[in-house]
Design a protein around this ligand. Structure first.
Ligand code: AMP
Ligand code: GLY
Length: 427
């Protein structure tokens, strides 16, 4: 079977790498891919937003399964377009993808199904939002643009003045265009964040191992928010009892709610949770694998990924045997370009990739890279996800950073404390 992976980040490289190992798979294409996916698969020059082009390619090449990485492609209705042509696809349809595509919709689902989440209000005008914020006691608030905003639509505000400024930027300056036509203003939650990913065919739900992202740019969670500077799996904070609670209170009711609303959800449901004193609460839903969470997770998955994703696409996930995981933990360290998450330059020559990949139990996943002739150069803010398995989390961290040390380009940087949080919760 030929497989097509859509996207060009670290998540997609991990998917290509893992799918290429499947005995069911003869060839893995990636559209448009990066320098890493060109090594583990075959890149196709079609952008991830060109749905028509992707479907045409899948038909021409008799692709047996298409796996869609990015949320924007899903929210644009790519899965619907594939299904309409009778092509098997892994990822939710347009209306199901609204769980990520509209924070107002997600909040509505959670409210109706009593899924634990931050208390919130939705507003369709700046005046109403401003009046609401002005009326409140001085407090920390979180202001969120309704639609997709490339991970930048959420403002965590220390006080009312900051919240009012966020409303002004989103609703008066239209910083995120139509994505900011409506906003959600919610209470600030305290605690530690974890990512719970589950695959589902709309009826059966199979949770994946736990993982934890590091969203802040700098060590000790300081600095601006990013797409994720590193991740590890498992997250020892989540005990088996806690996982049962998350399944019962969050995963099952959300998948049920989507079925009842006639938007059956097929693909990966990613619940971003805050572990509060009152238990786990949902910060956001994503409708695809996390990036960088996919890298450490897929490094640990022993089951044939093509078999797993096919059983979802065909709606027979209940027949799939239990997933098998490598018990060893994994750590992914993101290496970024100077300036990220702000402005950054592209085209810097990357050296030391060969040497890094020789560190035992390490895989260097590419994210923002491209090929200039034979030379790998930077092509994005998050450039590489250096991922390692270890006998324990400390060992995995050591190996990942040992590989990071081998890699050089002008301005390369990373956080130095990825996975240290895990060691605050000894198992
Ligand atoms: P989201 O895209 O909704 O996950 O928001 C991005 C990030 O903002 C989250 O990963 C959290 O770090 C933070 N965040 C979102 N909502 C809240 C909240 N209610 N309380 C505290 N932090 C939040
Ligand atoms: N790691 C966060 C995300 O994929 O959105």
């Amino acid at each position: 079977m030929k497989v097509l992976v859509v996207g060009q980040g670290g998540r997609e490289h991990a998917l290509v790498w893992k799918l290429a190992q499947s005995p069911l798979v003869t060839q893995v294409f990636c559209a448009p891919g990066n320098a890493g996916t060109a090594g583990d698969g075959v890149n196709v020059d079609i952008s991830a937003t060109n749905v028509e082009g992707l479907v045409k390619f899948a038909k021409a090449e008799s692709i047996g399964l298409t796996v869609i990485g990015p949320e924007a492609t899903l929210v644009a209705g790519a899965a619907d377009a594939f299904e309409k042509e009778g092509l098997l696809v892994f990822g939710p349809t347009r209306t199901a993808a609204e769980l990520e595509g509209s924070k107002v919709f997600a909040k509505d689902v959670m409210r109706q199904s009593a899924i634990p989440t931050a208390a919130s209000q939705t507003f369709g005008s700046a005046e109403a939002a401003e009046a609401y914020i002005a009326d409140r006691e001085e407090t920390r608030l979180v202001v969120k643009a309704d639609g997709l905003a490339a991970g930048k639509g959420v403002s965590v505000c220390a006080n009312k003045a900051e919240a009012l400024e966020a409303v002004r930027r989103i609703m008066r300056m239209h910083e995120f265009g139509d994505a900011g036509k409506r906003i959600v203003v919610e209470e600030h939650l305290d605690g530690e964040e974890v990512s719970i990913l589950a695959i589902t065919d709309g009826s059966t739900i199979v949770p994946l191992e736990t993982s934890q992202d590091h969203k802040a740019a700098f060590d000790e969670d300081r600095g601006p928010n990013t797409g994720g500077m590193g991740a590890y799996s498992p997250a020892p904070l989540i005990t088996p009892e806690m996982m049962d609670q998350i399944i019962a209170q969050i995963l099952v009711p959300s998948i049920d709610a989507m079925k009842k609303r006639n938007r059956p959800f097929k693909g990966v449901l990613y619940a971003g949770l805050m572990m509060t004193h009152q238990g786990p609460k949902v910060l956001e839903f994503n409708v695809r694998f996390g990036d960088p969470e996919a890298q450490p997770l897929l490094m640990r998955l022993k089951t044939d990924l093509a078999q797993v994703l096919l059983s979802v696409a065909e709606g027979r996930l209940s027949e799939l045997p239990s997933l098998v995981w490598d018990p060893r933990p994994s750590v992914c360290v993101v290496m970024a370009a100077a300036g990220y998450p702000g402005e950054y330059e592209k085209g810097a020559m990357i050296r030391g990739l060969e040497e890094a990949s020789r560190v035992p139990n390490v895989k260097v996943f590419h994210a923002g890279t491209t090929l200039r002739g034979q030379q790998v150069v930077t092509n994005g803010g998050r450039v590489l996800g250096v991922t390692a398995l270890g006998d324990n989390i400390g060992d995995a961290k050591l190996r990942a950073y040992q590989a990071v040390k081998c890699i050089r380009w002008d301005g390369a940087w990373c956080r130095h404390d990825i996975s240290d949080k895990a060691r605050r919760h000894p198992t």
